[in-house]
Design a protein around this ligand. Structure first.
Ligand code: HEC
Length: 152
């Protein structure tokens, strides 16, 4: 390979890296699940702001957010974790695949709790009941992250 060609290849490689890092460096399935988690998190924050009284309470919006979270949970979430998908900058723990039953159980219980949040908001349940369902749902995020997400 000619030197000019080698330099060109390196330059192209670095440019490629730069583009990837602009998106946090994640690619492929790792990026897909980070995007899904970010979308979940956006909906959780929206509801959290309402329940904290920092935004006007809107049951219709909460039901929509609950549905959005449920859509990304359960099987949809599990599918984003094919065995061994730990490519940097993933924060996923390798123990996910040793403790798959527990991991997928968290994904399922997130779906169930997001659906019950949605149901309560839709029925116009009082804010206390909605907040309790929200707390239960948020507990699932925390439990799964404590077990299977590693701060790197
Ligand atoms: C079944 C387990 C599980 C559940 C349930 C779960 N997460 Fe996660 N979450 C993870 C794992 C594992 C990662 C790390 C993924 C990676 O970096 O490859 C993660 C990453 C994230 C991230 C970081 C995304 C990024 O761009 O790096 C956010 C934000 C997040 N989760 C929010 C939430 C919220 C909010 C909930 C609950 C409503 C939730 N997650 C429920 C396992 C879970």
């Amino acid at each position: 390979m000619k030197l000019s060609h080698v330099l060109w290849t390196i330059a192209a490689g670095i440019a490629g890296l730069g583009a990837a890092w602009a998106h946090g460096g994640a690619t492929g399935i790792v990026k897909e699940r980070m995007d899904a988690m970010t979308e979940i998190s956006r909906n959780v924050k929206l509801v959290g702001q309402m329940l904290k009284g920092n935004a006007a309470y809107d049951g219709v919006e909460i039901a929509r957010a609950g549905q959005a979270i449920a859509t990304h949970a359960g099987d949809a979430m599990i599918k984003l974790f094919p065995e061994g998908s730990l490519k940097a900058p993933s924060e996923a723990s390798p123990s996910i695949w040793n403790e798959w039953t527990q991991f997928s159980g968290y994904a399922d219980s997130l779906q169930t709790s997001a659906q019950s949040l949605k149901g309560l908001a839709e029925q116009g349940a009082d804010q206390k009941a909605v907040a309790a369902a929200f707390g239960k749902m948020a507990g699932t995020c925390k439990a799964c992250h404590e077990a299977f997400r590693i701060k790197k």
